[in-house]
Ligand binder design. Structure first.
Ligand code: AMP
Ligand code: MG
Length: 487
C-alpha cells in the first residue's frame, strides 16, 4: 500500500510534446470535500483506501496541490459529432495530470475532469457540475463491475464554487483512470490537419504502448486496427446485452482501447425499448439504443479513414467487415448465457429476438426479467413472469419454445441453473432514478446515498441484505427522466 506522495509517474504522453498537448495548471475549486471514492480504483494505484479521507486527497483532486512529477496537459483532438466533422475539440475542461504506474507494472492515466479552462475550452467554462461528476463516477465503476470495459473513476470532489448551467450549480471534479485517453478523434485531428509526422508519432505511441503484441505481426498497424475493431465489437455487444445506452457516440468519445468513455446523458434501459434515446438533444435518434450497433461501425470507418496513410484501403475494409459478425457472436454468446443456455443452436438468435419483441410490446423491465428467469426452474420462472406480458398468447408460445430449448440444453439442478444465471444477470443496475436520488441528496450536502449506491453497484450480481430498494422497477416519477445534457 502506498501513501499519496508515493505514486510513481512516467508521463509518456506528455513527452510527445506540444504538438499533442498543452501544459495547463488545474484551477482549484473552493472548499473541496470528498463526495465519494472507489476503493477498487484506489487499489489500481496501490493506494490505501484510508487516504481518501485525508484533507490532502481532496486538495490533490480539486486542483489545490500537485505532485512535483505530475505534468498536467490538455490534449488536442477533433472528431465527428452527430455525423459532422468538428476540426478542433480537445480537453476543454479536463487535464491529463500524468501517468502513474503501479506495482503490477500497469500504467494509469490520471485525468482530472472539471479542472478549469484550457486552450480547447471554446465557449465553455472548463467546469463540471456535481451532478454530472457523480453520474460519471457511478457509471464507470458500475460498468466495470458488470464486466463491461470502461474507464474507471477514483473519486468525486465537491466544492462551493458556483457553476452556471440551466441554473446555478456547484463545481466538482472527477478523477478518471484509464490506460490511455487517446480517442479516435486524436487520429482524425492529425489526419485532417495534414500533419503526417505527428500522426505517425501518435500511431507509433499507441502501437508500442497499448498494442505491443501487434508489433510481432507482419503488418503491425493493420493488426492494431483489427484489434481495435474487435474490442469495439465486444464492448458494444456488452452494452446491448446489458441495456446500456451511451448517448453521445461521437468519435471524440470513442477510446482507442475499446473502453466505454466520456459519460454524458447515458442510461441503462428500465423497460426494454430498442428505440430508446437517452440524449434528448438527439432529435433524430442517431444514438438510440439499437443504433449503437451500426454507429459503432460508422465510428470505426471514421477512424479507418484517418488511418489510410498507414494501411491500405482494402485491408481497412476487410477489418471493418469483421465488426458485425464479431458483434453478433459476442452478443449472442452473452444473451445465451443470460437465458441460462450453455450450448449453441442455430435458432437461438430468433429466440432472443422474439423475446425482446414481446418485452418491447409490454414494457417489461429488462434487468429484472432476466434475473427472475434464473430464480427457479425454467417452467416455474416463465409461469411467474407471464403476468408481466400483455400478449399472453405470444408469451406462451415463446415460453414453450424456451422450455424445450432449455430441456435440450442439459439436465441441471435448479441450484446450478440459478448460480449460473445469477452470475451473468445483475440484480442491481444504475437506473437513472437511483442516480437522481443520490444526486439530490449530494446536492444538499448528504453524500451517504451516493456512497451506498456505489457500494451496491460494485457487486451487481450478488443479492445484498437490506438493499431491496435498489432492485426495484422505477417509481412513476423515475420513468423516462429527462437527464440534462449540460454537464
Ligand atoms: P463532451 O460532449 O463532454 O464529450 O465534450 C465535447 C467537447 O466539448 C470536448 O472538447 C470537451 O472538452 C468540451 N467541453 C464540454 N463541456 C465543456 C465545458 N464546460 N467547458 C469547456 N469545454 C467543454
Ligand atoms: Mg467528450
Amino acid at each position: 500500500m502506498k501513501a499519496l506522495d508515493e505514486l510513481t509517474f512516467d508521463n509518456r504522453f506528455a513527452r510527445l510534446g506540444d504538438a499533442f498537448s498543452t501544459h495547463v495548471l488545474p484551477e482549484p475549486l473552493d472548499e473541496p470535500r470528498l463526495v465519494v471514492a472507489s476503493n477498487a480504483a484506489m487499489a489500481l494505484l496501490d493506494l490505501d483506501p484510508a487516504v481518501a479521507e485525508t484533507p490532502v486527497f481532496a486538495e490533490l483532486f480539486s486542483g489545490h496541490k500537485l505532485w512535483a512529477e505530475a505534468e498536467p496537459r490538455a490534449m488536442v483532438y477533433s472528431g465527428h459529432q452527430f455525423g459532422g466533422y468538428t476540426p478542433q475539440l480537445g480537453d476543454g475542461r479536463g487535464l491529463l495530470l500524468g501517468e502513474v504506474y503501479n506495482e503490477a507494472g500497469e500504467h494509469w492515466d490520471l485525468h482530472l475532469k472539471g479542472a478549469g479552462m484550457t486552450p480547447y475550452s471554446r465557449m465553455g467554462d472548463g467546469r463540471a457540475v456535481l451532478r454530472s461528476s457523480i453520474r460519471e463516477f457511478l457509471a464507470s465503476e458500475a460498468l466495470h463491475a458488470l464486466g463491461i470495459p470502461s474507464s474507471r473513476a477514483l473519486c468525486v470532489i465537491g466544492s462551493s464554487t458556483p457553476v452556471w448551467r440551466e441554473k446555478q450549480e456547484r463545481g466538482a471534479m472527477v478523477l478518471r483512470l484509464a490506460h490511455s485517453h487517446i480517442r479516435f478523434g486524436h487520429f482524425e485531428y492529425f489526419y485532417y490537419t495534414k500533419k503526417p509526422e505527428q500522426q505517425a508519432e501518435l500511431a507509433e505511441h499507441v502501437l508500442n504502448l497499448h498494442y505491443p503484441e501487434c508489433r510481432e505481426q507482419p503488418e503491425p498497424y493493420m493488426a492494431m486496427f483489427r484489434e481495435i475493431v474487435e474490442r469495439n465489437a465486444e464492448m458494444i455487444a456488452k452494452w446491448q446485452a446489458y441495456g446500456f445506452c451511451h448517448g453521445v457516440m461521437n468519435t471524440d468519445n470513442m477510446s482507442i482501447l475499446g473502453i466505454t468513455f466520456d459519460f454524458g446523458p447515458f442510461a441503462f434501459l428500465d423497460d426494454f425499448d430498442a428505440h430508446f434515446i437517452c440524449n434528448h438533444s438527439d432529435h433524430e435518434g442517431r444514438y438510440s439504443f439499437s443504433n449503437q450497433v451500426p454507429i459503432g461501425q460508422w465510428n470505426l470507418s471514421a477512424l479507418a479513414q484517418a488511418l489510410t496513410p498507414f494501411i491500405s484501403v482494402d485491408a481497412l475494409k476487410e477489418a471493418l467487415g469483421l465488426y458485425l459478425p464479431l458483434y453478433q457472436a459476442h452478443y449472442l454468446d452473452l444473451m445465451r448465457r443470460r437465458l441460462g443456455l450453455t450450448t449453441a443452436e442455430d435458432d437461438d438468435q430468433k429466440l432472443v429476438e422474439q423475446l425482446l419483441k414481446l418485452m418491447q410490446n409490454s414494457g417489461v423491465d429488462y434487468t429484472l426479467f432476466f434475473r427472475r428467469l434464473g430464480d427457479e426452474s425454467a417452467a416455474l420462472a416463465v409461469a411467474r413472469l407471464r403476468d408481466d406480458f400483455v400478449d399472453l398468447a405470444g408469451f406462451d408460445a415463446w415460453a414453450e419454445r424456451y422450455k424445450a430449448r432449455v430441456a435440450r440444453d442439459g439436465d441441471y439442478s435448479e441450484v446450478q441453473r440459478r448460480e449460473r444465471m445469477h452470475a451473468v444477470n445483475p440484480l442491481y443496475i444504475l437506473r437513472n432514478y437511483l442516480a437522481q436520488n443520490a444526486i439530490a441528496a449530494a446536492e444538499s450536502g448528504d453524500y451517504s446515498e451516493v456512497r451506498r449506491l456505489h457500494e451496491v453497484l460494485s457487486k451487481p450480481f450478488e443479492e445484498q441484505v437490506g438493499m431491496e430498494q435498489y432492485a426495484q422497477r422505477p417509481p412513476d416519477w423515475g420513468k423516462h427522466l429527462e437527464i440534462s445534457c449540460s454537464s
